[in-house]
Design a protein around this ligand. Structure first.
Ligand code: GLN
Length: 291
C-alpha cells in the first residue's frame, strides 16, 4: 500500500480489489465504505479527491474493505441502512431492511388514509423494526404492536423506535408469532396487520448469496420446506385480530403469489385480494381486506 494515499487512490485501490474478488457493485461499495472511513458524505469524496489520508484513516478503511472481502454486508459493517428515508440501526441479529419492503409500507399508508387517525397496527416479525417505526413516524396518532421471537432483534427495533421518537407508541412483544398478542384483548381491534415474515424455501436456501448465508440471521430468512410455513399460520390467525374492514398486508417472495392467494381464499374471511409488484416486476406484496 502506498504511503501518502490520496482519497482518489484509496477509492481506486478498493474498487479494484473488490472487483477482482467478485464483490457486486465494487465502485459503489468502495465509495460507501470510504465515506464511512473518512466520516464524510459521498459528495466530499469528490470535493476532496486529492486530500492525503491520515494514518488512522488508511488503517480503518483497509479494515472495512477486508471485512467486505469476507462478504460481510456493508450495512452491517457500517451498522446502518436507510429505509423509508430514515436511518435504521442494523446488527447481525436483524434482517437488513430491503428496499422492496417499502412497498408494504406504501400500501399500508394508502389504506390508513381511509381509517381513523388512531389506527392500530400489528407488525409481526418486526426484525429491525423498519416497518413498525416507519408506520409510527408517518401516522403520529397510531399505536403499533411490534412482535418478534428474537429478544436481540427486539432490542435493535427498540433502539430504532427511540432514535425516531416513536418508542412511546410502539409496544414491543417477544414471542412466537401471535402468541404474545393473546393476553392483550385486541381481538377484532387491529386495523392494519402487516408482516414480512421469513419466506425463503429450503431449495432457495441453498442458493443464498454469501452475504446473506454467512451474516444474516437464518431465523429471519428461512420459511421452511416450501417457504410458506409462516403464511400458513399468520393468514388464519391474523383474521381473529383484524377489525371488519381492516387489512392484512404481507410481503411475499418470488413465485409465492398463487400459494399466498390460495391460503387467503381458504379462510373465507378476506375479500378484495390485491397483489403489487416491486421495481423488479416481481409480485411482492399481497393485500386482503377482512370481511
Ligand atoms: N420486518 C423486518 C423487515 O421487513 C424483518 C423481517 C424478517 O425478519 N423476516 O425487514
Amino acid at each position: 500500500m502506498p504511503k501518502d494515499w490520496t482519497v482518489t487512490q484509496a477509492y481506486f485501490w478498493a474498487s479494484k480489489i473488490l472487483s477482482s474478488n467478485d464483490i457486486p457493485a465494487p465502485y459503489a461499495e468502495a465509495e460507501y465504505l470510504l465515506a464511512h472511513a473518512l466520516k464524510c458524505d459521498k459528495k466530499d469524496i469528490i470535493l476532496n479527491h486529492d486530500r492525503v489520508l491520515i494514518n488512522n484513516e488508511v488503517g480503518l478503511f483497509k479494515e472495512l474493505i477486508d471485512r467486505r472481502l469476507k462478504r460481510e454486508p456493508s450495512q452491517q459493517i457500517i451498522g446502518e441502512e436507510e429505509f423509508w428515508g430514515l436511518p435504521f440501526k442494523v446488527t447481525k441479529d436483524v434482517l437488513i431492511p430491503r428496499p422492496e419492503t417499502q412497498l408494504l409500507v406504501k400500501e399500508a399508508l394508502k389504506e390508513a388514509k381511509n381509517l381513523s387517525p388512531e389506527v392500530k397496527i400489528v407488525d409481526l416479525c418486526t426484525g429491525s423494526g423498519c416497518i413498525a417505526v416507519s408506520m409510527a413516524v408517518e401516522l403520529p396518532e397510531s399505536k403499533v404492536y411490534a412482535i418478534d421471537i428474537s429478544d436481540k432483534a427486539l432490542a435493535v427495533a427498540g433502539e430504532n423506535a427511540k432514535k425516531h421518537g416513536v418508542d412511546k407508541r410502539i409496544t414491543f412483544l417477544e414471542g412466537n408469532l401471535l402468541n404474545p398478542m393473546k393476553p392483550l384483548g385486541l381481538n377484532g381491534k387491529i386495523d392494519l396487520f402487516l408482516s414480512n415474515p421469513p419466506y425463503v424455501s429450503k431449495k432457495m436456501m441453498e442458493e443464498l448469496q454469501p452475504e446473506i448465508e454467512l451474516y444474516e440471521p437464518m431465523l429471519a430468512v428461512s420459511g421452511g420446506e416450501d417457504g410458506f410455513d409462516y403464511y400458513r399460520q399468520i393468514i388464519p390467525e391474523a383474521a381473529a385480530y383484524l377489525k371488519p374492514g381492516g387489512y392484512l398486508i404481507l410481503e411475499i417472495g418470488y413465485g409465492q403469489r398463487d400459494g399466498t392467494i390460495s391460503l387467503i381464499e381458504q379462510e373465507k374471511v378476506y375479500k378484495g385480494i390485491e397483489v403489487k409488484k416491486d421495481f423488479a416486476e416481481i409480485d411482492r406484496v399481497v393485500k386482503a381486506q377482512r370481511t
